[in-house]
Write a protein that binds this ligand. Structure first.
Ligand code: SF4
Length: 471
């Protein structure tokens, strides 16, 4: 590379099976953060159906100086193959990885991908990547001294002499960059397989109003990966982003995919007001489960007034015993009351439930199905518990080799089997829950009415097969 030029950075979302095929916001933010100091390309391996072989030839023809991979735990194996393929195509490029999996298990991931992967950037990688892109023309990042590497937020590397492993980077100010690089991932190029599967208008674009969460649910790795701290975007910026998505990219609907949009009522209210004042007039949903503590009449009306028509709730279980073990901090009475409020306000309400939690019994699962059927839900989803690296249950179960035996984090198979079940009996319980809920006439009709195009039906059927089929 000519040292007067900006380095060429290729960002890659690792290809793997995913129900959701949507613009990768994390990579979009990284691209926007480093555009001053790098020329950036973005490949969404999930949307493009990339294979390691295709990635090899694409990387060779693009010939970037640096390649950054975003890796979730479910895509760990394809990530190892893709990193090997890119190293073969580009022996001199700097290769780094980030995202939930390398953040939670940096040294293990570096070992698994050795000697191809140079660095892991743990946590929110904007600052770390900015430093690497700025330093790169001057000295070549492979020659950065261990002392300098140690100053990079979130850095993990095997190192020449001593391994480096800094804590996950957590950014205080998430208003810079102002929005992701949408031109590198135009929502109109994506298929009808957005977060949560259901939508009314298309194209759909995901957006963030905050990052992180300070709760401590046992099955969730978000607090550990984001420093247990919630940070907020300026509501005005959120409104400007949605306006840009609508006017420049033809977006017809937005999805607020914060880890916890309703965690702070004042922020949620201010965001709704900013959306109303901007006149953006875009329908939106919350397809990630939100917490219910702050969902009172005032907030529900504000959300509805700002265009929200559907909310997903992390209800998790109909068993108080299981909720306690999950450390969810929810009471079943309170849940019923909040779901009623949302339904009465005319919002779609989707319930997320988890089956197969440690110590859960068939009785607990029956209680969950009965509870789901008793609520005025529009839809329900029954996932099987999968302990992900970084979540409190992962730490707890890791101490017991028998509990971890055969554990997978791919989501296409049963991830964890609690005592008293086999893989197939657990899968049967999941099918029973789905059928028990959707064979109720009211729920079946609502489900069918939600599928508004042949493509939406295709992606829903693909998702249903994935959830109901594999064991
Ligand atoms: S499940 Fe939701 S509320 Fe619980 S820790 Fe995760 S993000 Fe926070």
């Amino acid at each position: 590379m000519n040292m007067s030029q900006k380095p060429h950075l290729l960002l890659v979302k690792v290809p793997s099976y995913s129900d959701v095929i949507a613009p990768p916001l994390g990579l979009g933010y990284l691209a926007a953060a480093v555009r001053d100091s790098a020329r950036v390309s973005l490949l969404d391996g999930v949307r493009l159906g990339l294979t390691p072989k295709k990635l090899y030839s694409t990387a060779k023809s693009l010939n970037p100086d640096m390649v950054g991979f975003s890796v979730v735990s479910a895509a760990k194996s394809p990530a190892v193959q893709c990193i090997g393929a890119v190293r073969k195509a580009l022996p001199k490029a700097v290769i780094l990885a980030g995202g939930p999996h390398p953040t939670a298990m940096p040294m293990e991931f570096l070992e698994e991908t050795a000697p191809h992967l140079d660095f892991v950037l743990r946590g929110e990688a904007e600052e770390g990547l900015r430093i690497l892109c700025r330093e790169f023309p001057a000295q070549g990042v492979q020659d950065i001294s261990p002392d300098d590497l140690n100053k990079i937020p979130g850095m993990a590397a095997i190192g020449k002499d001593t391994p480096i492993c800094r804590p996950p980077a957590v950014r205080e100010d998430i208003n810079d960059p102002a929005m992701p690089a949408w031109d590198l991932m135009p929502p109109g190029q994506y298929p009808k397989a957005p977060h949560g599967a259901f939508f009314r208008r298309f194209p759909v674009a995901p957006a963030l109003t905050s990052r992180g969460c300070s709760y401590g649910c046992g099955f969730c790795s978000v607090p550990a990966l984001t420093g247990g701290k919630i940070r907020f975007r300026a509501p005005q910026l959120v409104a400007e982003e949605l306006m840009a998505l609508k006017t420049r990219f033809g977006v017809q609907e937005a999805q607020i995919i914060d880890d916890n949009f309703t965690a702070n009522k004042a922020h949620a209210l201010n965001t709704c007001r900013a959306l109303i004042n901007s006149g953006v007039n875009l329908p939106w949903t919350c397809p990630n489960g939100v917490r219910m503590e702050n969902l009172d009449k005032e907030l529900i009306q504000a959300m509805k007034g700002a265009g929200c028509y559907s909310v997903s709730l992390g209800l998790e279980s109909g068993s108080a015993k299981v909720l306690n073990r999950m450390k969810k901090g929810l009471s079943l009475d309170h849940v019923g009351e909040r779901v009623e409020l949302l339904a009465k306000a005319g919002l779609e309400v989707n319930g997320f439930f988890i089956l197969g939690y440690p110590e859960e019994t068939r009785q607990d699962m029956k209680a969950t199905l009965d509870f789901a059927k008793s609520l005025p839900l529009t839809r329900a989803n029954f996932s099987l518990f999968t302990p992900l690296p970084g979540c409190p249950e992962w730490e707890r179960l890791s101490a017991d080799p028998a509990a971890m035996e055969g554990l997978t984090t791919t989501f296409s198979q049963v991830g964890y089997v609690p005592q008293g079940f086999s893989r197939s009996s657990l899968k049967r319980q999941q099918r029973k829950a789905f059928l028990g809920f959707y064979l109720q006439r009211r729920n079946a009709e609502r489900l069918l009415a939600s599928l508004r195009s042949r493509e939406a039906v295709y992606y829903f059927a693909r998702r249903a097969w994935h959830w109901m089929g594999a064991s």
